[in-house]
Ligand binder design. Structure first.
Ligand SMILES: *[C@@H]1O[C@H](CO)[C@@H](O)[C@H](O)[C@H]1NC(C)=O
Ligand SMILES: *[C@@H]1O[C@H](CO)[C@@H](O)[C@H](O)[C@H]1NC(C)=O
Ligand SMILES: *[C@@H]1O[C@H](CO)[C@@H](O)[C@H](O)[C@H]1NC(C)=O
Ligand SMILES: *[C@@H]1O[C@H](CO)[C@@H](O)[C@H](O)[C@H]1NC(C)=O
Ligand SMILES: *[C@@H]1O[C@H](CO)[C@@H](O)[C@H](O)[C@H]1NC(C)=O
Ligand SMILES: *[C@@H]1O[C@H](CO)[C@@H](O)[C@H](O)[C@H]1NC(C)=O
Ligand SMILES: *[C@@H]1O[C@H](CO)[C@@H](O)[C@H](O)[C@H]1NC(C)=O
Ligand SMILES: *[C@@H]1O[C@H](CO)[C@@H](O)[C@H](O)[C@H]1NC(C)=O
Length: 329
């Protein structure tokens, strides 16, 4: 008797986690906020699963924490969503992931209400028609490790304050209409050094020397109007792997640059780089190399995998010669 009394509650206890998975009770405050968001988007078909008769943890485009049933992710991708990002988004206090992606009718600016989302680790607002600046208030999202604002119509300059984010793994600001310089502060990221994607903007000026103090892994500054030197990213002790500086106005002597062994992809096509290709390039393992459309001279070093590339990766230089280009005379 005593035994069975004991085993029944034990059975219930054991099956409870399974039951609670299928009968999650959505937080009422979160549900209310999600309805507000749905309404401000004009109750679109894309959010048809957001309805009273379903527990909000079962809705599409959201994710609940299994223990607390609080909304931790809001991900709207490629839907017929029109309007602006509603301020209500800031009222999902447990949100860790906010993704609004490939929504070409999403317009307006990035609302400051987002700064209330202190648990946010991923913010991805990309392939939308957002306008206005990259807000400096994003630096208040201290837990952010992935920031993607690419493929929008953002204008203005890059806020130096972003460098105060200590957990950033990557910053994507590419494919906007950003102007101004790359901030000096980007040489003083504390903690992790993020991959920097700033391509397809209208950035000008020189690269701050301070960026040479850090070990970047991926840099994409292609298709801007940046000038002068990029050699601060290189050197024997650096760890850069992928570097795209193509289609800018970089102008420096490449002869004495020591490219690190970590470098596997280097694209500098369409710049004003002069001097020779250093002999040490033969010691690297390039998967991609493109130095075309510059002002380089002299013999292409023979060896390593430098001859694995075609003449297209070397042509249109001042007097570069040797395989795969025609022999030097
Ligand atoms: C849920 O709580 C358990 C026990 O406290 C913990 O081990 C687990 O990591 C939590 N799961 C989530 C998704 O937070
Ligand atoms: C964007 O809005 C316009 C005008 O309402 C509409 O014709 C178009 O289908 C919408 N596109 C998408 C992808 O939502
Ligand atoms: C998007 O929604 C608008 C208004 O609801 C509608 O007129 C349009 O046809 C839709 N576009 C697509 C691509 O579904
Ligand atoms: C959104 O952006 C696309 C591509 O840049 C453009 O063709 C379209 O007109 C824009 N729509 C709005 C509503 O601004
Ligand atoms: C960069 O990485 C190299 C190799 O791991 C290391 O020796 C060097 O101290 C690092 N430099 C900085 C500024 O972290
Ligand atoms: C690179 O690292 C080596 C060994 O850690 C050190 O001796 C050397 O001074 C460093 N060189 C530079 C340019 O920092
Ligand atoms: C580039 O640097 C090399 C080595 O320091 C030097 O010999 C050469 O004259 C320089 N080239 C130009 C065009 O200044
Ligand atoms: C290198 O750049 C040139 C000039 O933009 C281009 O024609 C060529 O296709 C590029 N090579 C590769 C492999 O991308």
């Amino acid at each position: 008797m005593r035994k069975s009394l004991f085993t029944i509650p034990l059975l219930i206890l054991l099956t409870l986690p399974i039951l609670s998975l299928s009968k999650q009770v959505c937080n009422k405050d979160d549900e209310k906020v999600l309805f507000k968001i749905k309404q401000s988007f004009g109750n679109p078909y894309h959010l048809a699963s957001w309805q009273k008769t379903l527990d909000c943890c079962q809705w599409y485009n959201v994710e609940c924490d299994l223990n607390t049933s609080r909304i931790i992710a809001l991900t709207i991708f490629q839907g017929n969503i029109s309007g602006q990002i509603p301020n209500a988004v800031g009222d999902l206090p447990f949100l860790q992931t906010l993704v609004l992606r490939k929504l070409t009718n999403l317009t307006g600016t990035i609302p400051s209400a987002i700064t209330k989302l202190t648990r946010l680790t991923m913010l991805r607002l990309s392939w939308t028609n957002l306008t206005g600046p990259v807000p400096s208030f994003l630096s208040q999202l201290k837990n952010l490790n992935f920031l993607d604002l690419s493929f929008n119509d953002l204008t203005g300059s890059i806020p130096p304050e972003l460098a105060s984010l200590t957990n950033l793994g990557a910053i994507h600001l590419d494919r906007n209409k950003l102007t101004g310089v790359i901030p000096d502060s980007f040489g003083s990221f504390k903690g992790s050094t993020p991959d920097l994607y700033l391509s397809h903007n209208q950035l000008t000026g020189t690269i701050p020397k301070s960026l040479g103090y850090l070990n970047f892994t991926v840099i994409d500054f292609s298709r801007n109007q940046l000038t002068r030197d990029i050699s601060m990213f290189f050197g024997p002790n650096k760890t850069i792997q992928i570097a795209d500086f193509s289609r800018n106005s970089f102008e420096f002597n490449m002869s004495d640059v020591a490219f690190p062994a970590s470098l596997t992809s280097l694209d500098v096509n369409h710049n004003k780089i002069f001097g020779n290709l250093p002999q040490s390039l033969t010691g690297l393992s390039f998967q991609f190399l493109n130095v075309s459309y510059n002002r380089l001279c002299g013999q292409i070093p023979q060896g390593g995998n430098l001859q694995d590339f075609t003449s297209n990766e070397y042509f249109h230089n001042r007097c570069l010669c040797g395989s795969p280009l025609p022999a030097c005379t």
